[in-house]
Design a protein around this ligand. Sequence first.
Ligand code: IFM
Length: 465
Amino acid sequence: MTITSTQEQLAGTAALRFPAGFRWGAATASYQIEGAATEDGRMPSIWDTFSRTPGRVFEGHSGDVACDHYHRYRDDVALMAQLGLGTYRFSLAWPRIKPDGSGPVNPRGLDFYDRLVDELLTHGIDPMVTLYHWDLPQVLEDRGGWTNRDTAHYLADLAAAAVDRLGDRVATWTTLNEPWCSAFLGYASGDHAPGRQDPKAAFEAVHHLMLGHGLAVRALRAGGAREVSLTLNLTDSRPANPADPHDVAAARQIDGLQNRLFLEPALRGRYPQDMLALFERFGAADVIRPGDLDVIAAPIDLLGVNYYQPALVRARIGATCGLPNPGTEGAEFVRQNAPVTAMDWPVDPTGLSGLLLRLAADYPETPLMVTENGAAYADVVEDGRVADADRVAYLDGHLRAAHAAIEGGADLRGYLAWSLMDNFEWGYGYGKRFGLVHVDYDTQRRVPKDSAHWYAAVIGRNGLD
Ligand code: IFM
C-alpha cells in the first residue's frame, strides 16, 4: 500500500471493506456489568472490597448493581443481535463460579454463563469467554493474591471447570485481560484493587499472572478448547524526539514495561533482559522458577490487543512518566497535540496501525484481534437520542487504522468495540461512559447511541463508506 492511500484511509476519505470472515463484536467484563453481587452463592471479589473502601472509587460507586446484566442478559443479547454483533466478549466472575477461590465449583454460578451462552448462540452470536478480568476472589487476596504462586494454579482450575461446562458451545477462550493492569495498577500504584503499593509485589504478580496464563492454556486445551488467546493492553511507545538517544531509550523502557514484559514470555518464552533487571532490582526474581517460561509460552491461537492511546515519551532526569510501573524513573510522558477523550486520553489512531504492524513484524505467526478499542465521552440523552459524533469519529479513525494495518500485512482477524454498554469504569465508577449503548443507572433503560447505529451499519457492510 502506498503512503498516500494510507493517509487517505486515516483521513476518512476512502471507502473500505474488511476481509471476508472478519469478526465484529463488542466486549464487556463481569464486575463492570453484572451486578447481583450477592446472588446465587457469589462471594466478594477484590473489587467488592476495594469499592467499599472509602476514597477508592469515584463517589463510592460499586458493582453491586452495575447494569444488572445478570437479570437482564436476555434483553442485552437481543440488543446485541439488533446491532448485528457476530462476537460477544465477556468475562467470568471467578467468585461466582468458585466462591472460595480454590474449592468446589458453585453450579449456580456456572448456570448463569450457561444460560448466557445459549442465549447468544440462539441469536447467532459467538461467545468469547475471558477467564480473568480482574475480579479475584477476596479470599485468594487474603492469601497473597497474585503474589502467591498458588493463585496461578487456581486460575487453571477455574479454566478446567469453565471449559468442562461451556466448552461444547464456546470456541474462543481468553485467559487474562490486561495483566499489566492487574499487576501494576493493583499492586504498585494501588489505583485498582487490591490497592497495594509495593513494587516487589507488582513484579511477583506479573510472573504469577503469566504463569497462570500458561497453566490455564494447558487446562483449556486439555478440556478441548478450540481457540485460546491472551489479551494485553499494548501501546505504541514513541520517543518525543527520535533523534535524541535518551528519548529513544526512555520510550524503549515504557515499551518494555507495557509491551515486551508480557509479549516476550507469552510468545517467545523469555523475559527481556531489561525487564529481568527490574525483577532483580525489586527483589522479585526468585519467583521465576526453572520451567515456568516453557509453561508460559504454551502456543496460543490469537493475541488480543486492547488499544486506546499511544505513548509519547521523553527522557528527563528526576521525572517519572506517571505510569505506575516501578522502573520508569527518568522517563516522562509528553502531552500530544491531539484531541482527548473524557479520560483525557489522546486520540491518535496511527498508534493502532503502528502497534498492529509492529506485532505482525515481531510475532508473524500469531494472528491478532482488537479485543478492546473505544472512548469515553460525556454523553447525554436528549429526546431519546445520544448524539455521540465524537465516539463515531474515534471508532471510524481506529477502524481505518486497523484496515491500514491489514493492508500492510497484519493478520487481524476481528475488532471488538469497548464497550457494548456504559458500565462501572473501575476507579472512575459510573462517571465515565464507554458504551455504544447508553445506560440510565436509575432505571436501567438502555438507549443505543448514534455510534451503535453507525457501528451496526459498519458491520452490515463489513466496512466503512
Ligand atoms: O473498562 C476498561 C476495561 O475493563 C479494560 N480495558 C480498558 C477499559 C477502559 O478503561
